[in-house]
Ligand binder design. Structure first.
Ligand code: FRU
Length: 492
């Protein structure tokens, strides 16, 4: 893989006039130099994923502000440019013409220390009523606790989305909007449109004294520039008392339903139901977990021009000390099944990353291993269709010569899927008479999609480039109707 970092000189040239020039004290220059300095070590790390979006180096967390604009998919992400551990956040930036190949871009936003800003937290990117690209994010002030005090700020750009200027109207939303009501952990603005109305939602919690009760708040835009907002109350109060907060709320229409996604410190949840734009209340009717693995959090969604919805999450849980930490999940396409369930599948464009496949058809499975030699790499995609027939369960295991690497194990018993110890109900119902798996192994990242219903993301110790897949049936006979394995190319 070639070097993927943008040289700081080029990065500076891409800055708007008036932003650069303060030399070594300039936060952009310092941050860019820190990422650049860490890049050789990060990029030499054999565990660093190659077909998942990440920063050229250093710590990243949430995906922010995905938007399709003027022929490019843009993604921003939370970046701590000064180390591979969490610290004060900036916004990193990448873009792609096709969701396949990605281009790293200069850091998009950094704290305006002259205005007392210490961190640029998560948010969204939209076009305002004047057609101007606009980022909304949570601004954390120097010396203040994010739990107790936050403001929502905006920045605008020209059409390249490379150059951002903080809005003169900042802060565009303050706690004063809430009157007497105190909202803690007030953050992560997300803008959506309904008819001619533009709304913004934020996450947070009430009753901090009792440990916090998660709520999503809603605001209505009062001007086309999106700098004036009125508070319309609580869109959604989480039904579980143990849900302490609702980070990174996303809200969008999918078919006839509205979908609300929240990150309540634990597994990411979605709620589907009805939205009344007049009362600004959401009535959830169904719920689920977006990803059952331990390492997927704070996702962000976008609608692409053909109407499809994509989602990216933050993949976390990597070991520290390698010059990088964190990546984004693969883009997932969201849809509704005929019976109204949320479906997730890898974005179809990802198939362009596939190299030459190896295929096996109609392998009969019994209580001894069928051992398949995979393409000689540890960046792989597999697509597997299994009919359980008379078997009680089927077990799959990826093994390699690296004995440090714990084998990647999956098991399916007709009603439950287990992926490396993570158990999740997966009943075979309706049309799904067989197990259909898409498995992505990108060095230290594992992403599994089962019957487009269950997703499991997990960090792993990379396999060596000589992996085999062993499959066997338990308590009867089964059939692996099709196993396809592809070596995967880099996205850079
Ligand atoms: C979620 C989160 C957001 C916040 C950001 C800070 O992981 O805690 O709520 O804006 O990360 O990096």
């Amino acid at each position: 893989m070639g070097r993927i970092f943008l040289c700081p000189v080029l990065a500076l040239c891409l800055l708007p006039s008036g932003v650069q020039g303060d030399g070594a004290d300039d936060p952009f220059v310092r941050a860019t130099a820190a990422v650049e300095a860490a890049a050789p070590r990060a990029q030499a790390d054999p565990a660093r994923p190659v077909f998942h979006v990440t920063s050229p180096a250093q710590w990243i967390n949430d995906p922010n502000g995905p938007i399709f604009h003027q022929g490019f998919y843009h993604l921003f992400y939370q970046l701590h440019p000064f180390s591979d551990a969490s610290g004060p956040k900036y916004w990193g930036h990448v873009r792609s013409r096709d969701l396949v190949k990605w281009e790293p871009l200069p850091i998009a936003l950094w704290p305006s220390s002259e205005s007392g800003e210490a961190e640029i937290w998560s948010g969204c990117c939209t076009l305002n009523g004047r057609g101007e690209p606009m980022i909304f994010y949570t601004s954390i002030a120097r010396g203040r606790s994010a739990m107790d005090h936050a403001e929502q700020w905006a920045a605008t750009s020209d059409d390249t989305l490379l150059h951002w200027r903080k809005s003169p109207a900042n802060p565009v939303l303050t706690e004063a909007l809430h009157g007497e009501k105190k909202i803690y952990d007030w953050r992560d603005p997300f803008v959506f449109h309904d008819g001619r109305n533009t709304f913004l939602i934020t996450g947070g919690n009430l009753n901090q004294a009792k440990g916090g009760q998660a709520v999503v708040n809603i605001y209505h835009a009062e001007n086309p520039e999106l700098t004036q907002w009125t508070y319309r109350g609580v869109l959604f109060q989480h039904p579980d008392p143990e849900a302490r907060t609702a980070e990174c709320p996303n809200f969008f229409r999918l078919g006839k339903r509205w979908v609300l996604v929240v990150s309540p410190y634990g597994k990411v949840q979605y709620f589907m139901g009805d939205f009344d734009a007049t009362t600004c209340r959401f009535q959830p009717r169904a719920r689920g977990v977006l990803d059952s693995g331990p390492n997927f959090y704070a996702p962000n969604t976008m609608q692409v021009p053909d109407g499809r919805h994509l989602v990216w999450g933050w993949v976390n849980g990597f070991p520290g000390g390698h010059g990088w930490n964190g990546c984004l999940s693969l883009p997932r396409q969201l849809s509704l099944s005929r019976d109204g369930q949320l479906r997730q599948s890898p974005a179809p464009q990802l198939s362009k990353l596939r190299g030459k496949p190896i295929k096996w058809r109609n392998l009969s499975l019994a209580d001894h291993d069928q051992v398949l030699s995979l393409p000689k790499t540890n960046t792989l995609e597999l697509s597997i269709r299994i009919d359980l027939q008379t078997a009680e369960a089927v077990a799959l295991e990826f093994r390699s010569s690296d004995k440090q690497a714990r084998p990647v194990e999956l098991r399916f018993n007709g009603s439950e899927l287990t992926v490396m110890g993570v158990k999740k109900p997966l009943p075979l119902a309706g049309n799904a008479e067989e197990l259909s798996l898409r498995i992505f192994l990108d060095r230290s990242v594992l992403e599994v999609f089962a019957n487009e219903t269950v997703c499991v993301t997990k960090t792993i110790t990379p396999l060596a480039a000589d992996a085999t897949l062993a499959i066997h049936a338990q308590g009867g006979h089964g059939m692996a109707k099709l196993v396809e394995a592809w070596p995967m190319k880099t996205i850079w």
